[in-house]
Structures are given as C-alpha cells and as structure tokens.
Design a protein around this ligand. Structure first.
Ligand code: EPS
Length: 378
C-alpha cells in the first residue's frame, strides 16, 4: 500500500493517489466531502477557508462507487490559484522566513532565498490530501465496525478535563460545537482565548484527543520496530504540520505514576473473554492493539504566522527584519483533530491489512471472521 499526495497550496489542485487498496469496497464521495468540510471548520480559521469550497472528485479506481483494486486518484481543485506549472505568476519573492514554519530550514535545504518556493508545499493546505486518503480508509474500516472520532482538549491554557464515554458520546456532543469540543463551558473560554489572540495579532495551538473503537486485539506487532501499532500511529500523527507531541493512553502521565496504580489489570469472564477495567495503555500493549479503545492525544504548537511578526533575518541582505506576514489562521486545533482522525484511519487500516490483507474485501472479511472465531478458543 502506498499513498502519494501532490499539490501546492496555491497550485491548481491537490491530488491523492492510493495504490494497493482492496477491491470491492463501497466508497461514497460525499463522505470524503463531509470530512473535507469538517477540516475547513472551527473557530480561529483564517480567510482562506471562506475562499475555498473543498470538494473531492474521485477520478480513478472506482466503478459504480465500488473500488476496482486499481490506484484511486482524488482531486480537490483550489479556488485561490496563484502559481502555475507553465505560466509565469506575478507573486513577489518572499525573502524573510517566519520562525516556526518550514521557511528557513527549507530555504537552507533547497538553497533558495525565495520562501514562496518552500511554503507552497510546506503549507498545511496539503492536509486536504491527507483527509481525502483518510476518508477512503475510514469507509473501509467501517466494514469492520471500526470508527474514529476526536475532540479538542485544550486551546492555549484553557484545558477541558471532560472525558467522553464513547465515540457516540463524542459525536453527539461535537455536533453543536464550533471547536470540535465536548465541553460546552470550556469551549466558550477557548473561543474567547482565540478571539483575544486574534485581536492581539497572535496565534495559538492546542491539544486534541483521538479515539478509535472496534479495533480487534492483534493489530501491529513487537516483532519489528516499524510495525508496532503505536509507533505507526505516532509517526502518522506527528507528520501533521505543527504537531509536536503524541501521547498514547496515559502518555507522559505514566512517568509520574507507579505501576501498581497505572497498569491495566487483566480479568476474564465467559461472556466478555479477557477484559480490563481501565484503559491507561490507550488500547495498545507491546505495539499490539489490546481490543480496548485506542486513545491518542496530539499537541499542536501555535500557528507560525503572526500578524505581529517575530524577529527574523532577510535571506538576501542578511539584515535583521521582521518575519513575513501572510494570511493565516489564528488557531487550527479543530482542523488538526480532523486531520489526525484521518491519519489514524490510514495507520489502523494499514495494520489491519497487514494482518487480514487480501485482494478483495470479501477475502479480507473471511480472514477477519476466521481470526475472530479463533480468538474465542484461547
Ligand atoms: C490552509 C491553507 C493556507 C493557510 C493555512 C492552512 O492557505 P493560505 O496560506 O492561502 O491562507 O490558511 O496554513 C497555515 C496556517 C500554515 O502555516 O501552513 C488550509 O487549507 O488548511
């Protein structure tokens, strides 16, 4: 399985190609569009989101909504097109990098003093393609009752400690939220924090939680470092622009606790099989899913572009100057959570296919059913 994304932030379109996706899976384009709409929403988003109307167009890999097993290609056309592959554009050169963006590291790496050539691909706009891929994998996983949801835990210093009961609890509560939040009281404070930062020409980050239910025990393995499920999830979540930390289950809290207080004890009953009363591991032990809900958290740093710009240096004159100011978001944690859901879908689906993989959905279902039946025999 390979996923390729292509496209510049202000190029003609964003393209996603998925190679190795099984045959026989029903895919609704509307489902992808709903995910894209969720990615565009949330308090704190910038003006670009009112220009674009991200719509996916599946142009290969499907016949009558069913996957053929051939590469799936999805296009999302940009409205705000400024750069062209064949025609010269009128964009001025941008020689002053923003701290915390890819501007300077990219300029050094590619030996290019025009930051425009860096930011076009480094822009978080690329996550449109990630959501397109994830929305395909989410639909695959639903065939096995594996579902994913997320919610905003924190914006800056405003932190919610409300814990969801389940995915359906999250889905019900976020419906009426402007910030993908399950805590109405804290959401108000988070939104006023964003408004305050906006008025002060500043930016904010945040924390989001991702919950995956229905994952059977046995995905991922400790046999190879790169096939551990937690390692794969962490890699895919960390690949989202501005994400600086990923936690699985108790995460950093584990380090402050004792084993006797934090490890999930094991029980057995004839009706439930093996089970736990706690899920501090976040549903993964030994790099393998335990069968409990997978619980992950991501921390996003504040958006790099500030309207009250930070100190920087002109790449050409080498003189101290303030960083470039371009259109941006104030806070994008709600969008980041949706992207994380979709990246998690890709990671789980890859591990799922590693275990139950076949060329067609029906082959995969047979392998899955056989495995599930054998689980009862242990
Ligand atoms: C984004 C599109 C970008 C930014 C934002 C996310 O479009 P533009 O630069 O034209 O406003 O709004 O990207 C960043 C904040 C960033 O730092 O990369 C999008 O579609 O999500």
């Amino acid at each position: 399985m390979r996923i390729l994304t292509a496209g510049e932030s202000h190029g003609e379109c964003l393209t996603t190609i998925i190679e190795g996706f099984p045959r026989g899976v029903r895919i609704e384009q509307d489902f992808i569009n709903q995910e894209l709409k969720r990615r565009m929403s949330g308090a704190g988003r910038g003006k670009r989101m009112s220009i674009e109307d991200d719509k996916a167009e599946i142009v290969s890999g499907l016949r009558n909504k069913i996957t053929l097993g051939s590469p799936i290609t999805i296009l999302v056309k940009n409205k705000d097109v400024k750069i062209f592959s064949q025609n010269k554009d009128e964009l001025p050169s941008l020689p002053i990098p923003r701290p915390a963006h890819a501007d300077l590291s990219g300029a050094l790496k590619y030996n290019d003093a025009d930051v425009r050539n860096i930011l076009e691909r480094a822009s978080a706009r690329e996550t449109v393609s990630r959501v397109c891929a994830g929305a395909i994998f989410k639909q695959f996983l639903l065939n096995f009752d594996i579902d994913i949801a997320s919610f905003t835990v924190a914006v800056g210093n405003v932190v919610s400690d409300v814990k969801p009961k389940s995915i359906s609890d999250i889905k019900t509560k976020i419906k009426s939220s402007q910030l993908n939040c399950i805590d109405q009281k804290k959401e108000k404070l988070m939104i006023s924090e964003i408004k305050k930062a906006e008025a002060e020409k500043d930016s904010l980050g945040g924390i989001a939680e991702i919950r995956i239910e229905g994952v059977p025990p046995g995905l991922g393995t400790f046999m190879h470092f790169d096939r551990r499920l937690d390692a794969k999830l962490a890699c895919y979540l960390m690949s989202i622009p501005a994400v600086k930390a990923v936690e699985v289950g108790l995460g950093f809290q584990y380090a402050k606790s004792r084993g006797s207080l934090s490890h999930d004890e094991i029980y057995y009953s004839k009706t439930k099989g093996f089970y736990r009363n706690t899920n501090n591991s976040g549903g993964i032990e030994g790099g393998i899913s335990t069968g409990e809900a997978i619980v992950l958290r991501i921390a996003m740093k504040p958006i790099a572009t500030l309207r009250r710009p930070l100190n920087s240096v002109n790449l050409i004159s080498k003189k101290a100057e303030k960083a470039i100011v371009i259109r941006s978001d104030t806070c994008a944690i709600a969008a980041c959570a949706i992207i994380a859901e979709n990246m998690a879908a890709v990671a789980v689906a890859e591990s799922f296919l590693e275990k139950f993989g076949g060329d067609t959905l029906s082959e995969i279902k047979t392998a899955y059913r056989t495995y599930a039946k054998n689980l009862d025999n242990l």
